[in-house]
Design a protein around this ligand. Structure first.
Ligand code: BDR
Ligand code: CA
Length: 318
């Protein structure tokens, strides 16, 4: 089993990904670190704690950054994930608030250092916590087993941006943090819109989960209703794009994806802010400092049908 720290801004698809990871016998979610993004840090942390208690998840929950490193915080995207960040499903008023005493970045540092080369970081929100952890202790880069990130868009299969023509939400949510994380010397796989917008879970598929997954199916169907309405209105989709759960699918079965290799950067200002760039050639321009960076990988194709089957089979067994 891979031990993972799950860095997240729940978030409808974050919640769906968390339950997928929890249900998988290949993964052990040891920690859940929260970040601003789909909603405020108070809301995303409340949601993580709610999920922990509703589904008896053993993971530690640590509260993370409330805003991006350098740019002003964005407005909560309530039209995507609902007022409460979980598609406006009912959440009880009271449940244990047992959040770790440490800020998320410190929890990340401590956990990685306690188990060198054992921890995989899965990041499915803006990358502020990971950047803060690297800034506070750069040694974690070489002690981390793997970093899998839902974010970015590299133009494969025609996908470039979902917030601006070139920027994906998690990248533009904190571009400076993303550039720090993507240029650090740890092994990264980007699961971007290139593949996440290639996989759709239809409303019929989500309804079927109610019958097949006794533990999680009802919740996944309910939590996805508001999100599916947003996809219907904004993209004319019957169902939802599979963003965050695709990162979990990559961890469970990387053979579902093909990858391209190269060096990564994120644009931090101007009209391209939040754009991810993959450098695969050896050309060198004046002031081009990309040469010292590690070569990373970016997902370029996905077997969508097999991914949907993996998600369902994993949840059905839990
Ligand atoms: C990403 O943005 C968020 O709204 C989703 O949770 C996902 O992590 C997709 O661009
Ligand atoms: Ca997310």
């Amino acid at each position: 089993t891979k031990k993972i720290i799950f860095d997240t801004d729940p978030g409808v698809d974050d919640a769906m990904a968390l339950l997928f990871a929890e249900a998988s016998t290949d993964l052990e979610v040891v920690g859940i670190t929260t970040v601003h993004g789909n909603a405020s840090i108070e809301t995303t942390t409340r949601n993580a704690l709610y999920l922990k208690h509703a589904f008896q998840l053993p993971a530690t929950v640590a509260k993370g950054a409330d805003k991006p490193l350098s740019i002003p915080p964005g407005e909560p995207i309530t039209f995507v994930h609902g007022e409460n960040g979980l598609g406006d499903v009912d959440i009880p008023d009271t449940f244990p608030q047992d959040v770790d005493a440490r800020p998320a970045y410190q929890y990340i540092i401590d956990t990685i250092k306690a188990q060198p080369n054992e921890i995989t970081l899965v990041a499915i929100g803006p990358l502020t916590n990971l950047a803060l952890a690297l800034q506070a202790d750069p040694s974690i880069a070489s002690l981390t087993k793997e970093v899998v990130i839902m974010g970015g868009a590299f133009g494969y299969n025609g996908h470039r941006g979902n917030i601006t023509p070139v920027a994906e939400a998690n990248m533009i949510g904190d571009p400076h943090a993303a550039d720090i994380v993507l240029t650090a010397p740890w092994p990264i796989t980007m699961v971007g819109l290139d593949v996440t917008q290639e996989t759709i879970m239809s409303n019929a598929y989500l309804a079927e989960l109610k019958d097949t997954s006794p533990r999680y199916g009802d919740f996944i169907h309910s939590v996805s209703r508001f999100y599916a309405d947003f996809h219907q209105t904004s993209a004319g989709l019957d169902g939802i794009y599979v963003h965050d759960s695709s990162a979990i699918a990559y961890l469970i079965d990387p053979s579902l994806f093909t990858v391209a290799k190269g060096k990564l950067r994120v644009s931090c200002d101007g009209i391209t802010i939040g754009q991810t760039v993959l450098k695969q050639d050896e050309r060198r321009y004046p002031q081009d400092d990309w040469y010292d960076q590690p070569t990373q990988q970016v997902c370029t194709t996905v077997n969508s049908q097999a991914l949907r089957e993996l998600y369902q089979a994993t949840l059905n067994k839990a």
